[in-house]
Design a protein around this ligand. Structure first.
Ligand SMILES: Nc1nc2c(ncn2[C@@H]2O[C@H](COP(=O)(O)OP(=O)(O)OP(=O)(O)O)[C@@H](O)[C@H]2O)c(=O)[nH]1
Ligand SMILES: [Mg+2]
Length: 452
């Protein structure tokens, strides 16, 4: 599924106040009876869906939410005041998910004004008055108040309007997203399986903000990483307002593409068929594919384009923009992607691995950010780690006398500097870890859900 935004937050409802220990004081009565009141109930954590919010950005800065405690009880059987509920306002469309492996859905806010008491405040403890019995007339016993509940949860905001791009590896999806955005946001290479996780490109067309979800190519997965990639592809395009099937019109139409077509055929989203690479495709084949797929997929429209020359891209962009429901812009007008600068920087280094290394090495590699420092002098210092699976691959990445690693670093540094608009000092470290493919934390950094 595609999300505009997500944030992990900590929530805690208020603890109940303690019950009081108190005794009546009356003239001429030496020992008055117990009259300690109960503690007040702690405040609940309440979520409320409100209009006028359309991102979760505030939750990146404020991540802890604690409701007030109940007040303690007091003498004369006075119950303590309850703690105020804490109302957390979220945009309509927000989902609350558990912080577990499956990210279980706990709540779904679909309408304005919807409120959910998500965590209940602790009850107040009993005052000593309530412990009075026939045998114990002056109890000093009292309850401490019940604790509140606490947990971490994820907030996710579903996108309201977007286009999901799907296709085989190497079809040109990322190139097309860059062409539509008008700047490079997704990495591209002649090798298949370049894109590993969904990434949103944000294009502007007249009055509309057009959200384009680039996805990994669909192939028969073997490794865990492959499975996560293919899952991210299908889910990345889920619920999209338009499903854009991108076909490499210059490639042979084989059984692999048939698999993707079958998957797309089964989907209910309105479809757009894009035949890409017309600049190198055979015209006869182009028409044959168009005709065959038109019958099967019943696309709303077919576009024949070249993402590299730009042929037909404007028409496609105008069509997609017109197809999106109108609504307020969901991103600032200068934002081009939902990926963070760190993610883009790591991707740009990975792109160089795809461009500069042969055979299987790039497929066995991942790039992690180790350190990132924005300096006052306007430059940024970045340390990245290139993870590879075998020692023999390390020699290839480093090259003779370190030449290859130097070339990778230089090209990546230039690309990152261009992306950030800042001077960049880039340091690359190569580390062998045969099991990085099994490292959950890394998947999170990449933006992939774990696949079994
Ligand atoms: N000639 C030509 N080449 C293209 C066109 N579009 C993309 N390419 C090339 O095709 C190759 C693959 O492009 P990508 O954009 O990385 O393809 P992708 O579909 O994102 O691939 P994965 O990320 O592996 O799924 C690159 O070498 C592109 O330069 C096009 O319209 N014409
Ligand atoms: Mg790609």
């Amino acid at each position: 599924m595609h999300f505009l935004d997500q944030a992990k937050i900590f929530i805690r409802s208020g603890a109940g106040g303690a019950g009081a220990v108190a005794f009546r004081r009356e003239k001429f009565v030496e020992y008055g009876g117990p009259d300690g009141g109960n503690g007040g109930k702690g405040g609940d954590i309440v979520f409320e869906a409100v209009a006028g919010l359309n991102t979760l950005i505030d939750f990146r800065y404020t991540q802890h939410f604690r409701a007030a405690r109940g007040k303690g009880g007091s003498g004369s059987n006075m119950t303590g005041a309850g703690g105020d509920d804490l109302v957390v306002q979220v945009p309509v469309g927000t989902q609350i998910l558990a912080d577990d492996e499956d990210r279980t859905l706990l709540a779904d806010f679909t309408t304005e004004g919807q409120t959910i008491h998500f965590l209940r405040g602790g009850d107040g403890g009993r005052g000593n008055a309530s412990y009075k019995t026939s045998t114990n007339r002056a109890p000093r016993q009292h309850g401490p108040g019940w604790p509140g509940e606490e947990r971490y949860v994820w907030l996710r905001l579903k996108l309201l309007a977007d286009c999901g791009l799907l296709g085989l590896p190497n079809a040109g999806k990322s190139t097309l997203v860059n062409a539509l955005v008008g700047q490079k946001v997704a990495i591209v290479s002649p090798k298949a399986q370049t894109t590993r996780a969904r990434l949103m490109g944000i294009a502007i067309e007249e009055q509309a903000q057009l959200l384009l979800v680039d996805t990994p190519g669909i192939f028969a997965p073997r490794r865990r990483l492959d499975r996560a990639m293919v899952k991210a592809a299908w889910e990345g395009a889920e619920d999209a307002d338009r499903l854009v099937l991108v076909i490499d019109a210059a490639a042979k139409v084989g059984p692999r593409v048939e698999q993707v077509i079958e998957g797309v055929e089964a989907r209910s989203e309105p479809k757009i068929l894009v035949l890409n690479k017309v600049d190198i495709a055979d015209k006869g084949q182009l028409l044959t594919i168009a005709q065959r797929l038109a019958e099967r997929l019943k696309p709303e429209q077919i576009f024949m384009i070249s993402s590299t020359t730009g042929d037909g891209v404007e028409d496609l962009k105008a069509h997609l923009a017109a197809a999106m429901p109108t609504g307020p812009w969901q991103f600032p007008d200068d934002q081009l992607t939902d990926a963070t600068d760190r993610m883009v920087a790591a991707e740009l280094t990975r792109e160089q691995l795809y461009l500069q290394l042969h055979a299987e090495v790039p497929y066995s590699a991942a790039v992690e950010t180790e350190k990132w420092e924005d300096r006052k002098d306007g430059s940024t210092v970045i340390h990245q780690q290139i993870l590879i699976e075998r020692d023999s691959q390390k020699a290839i990445v480093v090259g003779k006398g370190g030449a290859r690693l130097k070339a990778i670093g230089q090209a990546s540094r230039e690309a990152i500097a261009e992306h950030l608009g800042r001077k960049v000092h880039l340091f690359l470290h190569v580390k062998v870890n045969p099991k990085w493919d099994e490292d959950r934390g890394l998947y999170e950094d990449i933006g992939l859900d774990w696949a079994d």
